[in-house]
Design a protein around this ligand. Structure first.
Ligand SMILES: *[C@@H]1O[C@H](CO)[C@@H](O)[C@H](O)[C@H]1NC(C)=O
Length: 321
């Protein structure tokens, strides 16, 4: 009887020691996971064991997210509870699948797992999520004119985590220091980055401007080039800003004034030709008719005609005294 009791005790103790050592010797190792918003993310996990017996079968698991009271996901007695997007890879693979990953899934998790070889209470994994920013949308303040103040805007939304927006002009000058970046959170922790680049005196020869969107790893994710054009250029021209005159506004008066000058020149030329023709007709006729002194006679006639006026004036003067 005593030997049987001893044997039972030994068996009990050995089973206990076997169980505790199995618990220590069985570990869960998970790789840090990186997922994309809206996509499926795999959390790669595996058992580490020195038992030798690799035939491990999972019978249950409980996942809790750090900072949350409620269980994030559990699978016990073949019943799923918690987030329906989570799935165990297989009964022999502790890896997990997150379908439709969201930015709010990012964080640290505790992963308790029950197997036929014992229970792992200290499993954990981390998940980082990134979301791609939309292509940047650009705009600019009203009434931009050469030498005036101007604000240029560049906005990219739906991304995560926080990145940056950098500014360059056509010469490659980096204007980022003159810009202010605002970051706002929209639904589901997604971010909108809005950058405002302010000029107190803009040189429009610097256009085209380029805004570059960088993601959380400061890698270029998108860019947009644009020329800020004064939307109210004709109104400015009316107010007398000559620098803002458009080509057509300059050409139109040039054409009008030019045609006036050309017209004037033509009338002048025609008038002169008529006069010289008249003079020639008068002067040539005598040459043809009276070869010799005919021209001299004509000029004396003209001179006489001209001197006629002073004599008239002279008569008026004579009346006065
Ligand atoms: C542009 O300027 C910003 C802010 O000063 C800086 O962080 C960035 O590295 C610069 N980019 C280039 C391409 O020089």
């Amino acid at each position: 009887m005593a030997s049987a009791r001893l044997l039972f005790l030994i068996l009990m103790l050995s089973s206990v020691t076997f169980k505790t050592s199995a618990q220590r010797l069985l570990e869960l190792e998970c790789q840090p996971a990186a997922g994309f918003a809206g996509k499926e993310t795999k959390i790669s996990c595996s058992f580490k064991t020195v038992i030798g017996d690799k035939d491990i079968t999972i019978s249950g698991l409980v996942i809790t997210k750090n900072g949350q009271k409620d269980v994030f996901f559990s699978w016990l007695d073949n019943v799923n509870k918690g987030d329906p997007r989570v799935k165990l890879s297989s009964r022999t693979d502790p890896s997990l699948l997150f379908t439709n990953t969201t930015v709010s899934d990012e964080g640290e998790y505790e992963y308790k797992i029950m197997t036929n070889r014992g229970m792992i209470k200290d499993g954990r994994f981390s998940l980082r999520v990134t979301a791609r920013y939309s292509d940047p949308v650009t705009s600019w303040s009203d009434g931009i004119k050469e030498g005036g103040s101007a604000e240029l805007y560049c906005r990219a939304s739906g991304g995560y985590p926080e990145g940056a927006i950098h500014w360059f002009d056509t010469t490659g000058t980096n204007w980022t220091k003159n810009a202010k970046l605002d970051i706002t959170e929209t639904s589901d922790k997604l971010l909108t980055m809005s950058s405002t680049l302010t000029f107190t005196s803009i040189d429009l020869s610097w256009a085209t401007f380029r805004c570059v969107v960088l993601n959380g790893k400061f890698v270029k994710e998108g860019e947009q080039t644009f020329k800020p054009i004064a939307k109210d250029a004709p109104a400015d021209a009316v107010s007398g800003d000559k620098k803002n005159l458009t080509n057509t506004q300059i050409i139109a008066p040039v054409v009008v004034i030019g045609s006036l000058i050309v017209g004037l020149l033509f009338t002048l030329i025609i008038f002169r030709r008529r006069r010289s023709n008249q003079a020639r007709r008068v002067s040539t006729l005598p040459i043809l008719n009276y070869p010799g002194n005919g021209t001299e006679n004509h000029y004396t006639e003209v001179e006489q005609g001209h001197t006629a006026n002073p004599t008239q004036n002279g008569e008026v003067i004579k009346i006065k005294p």
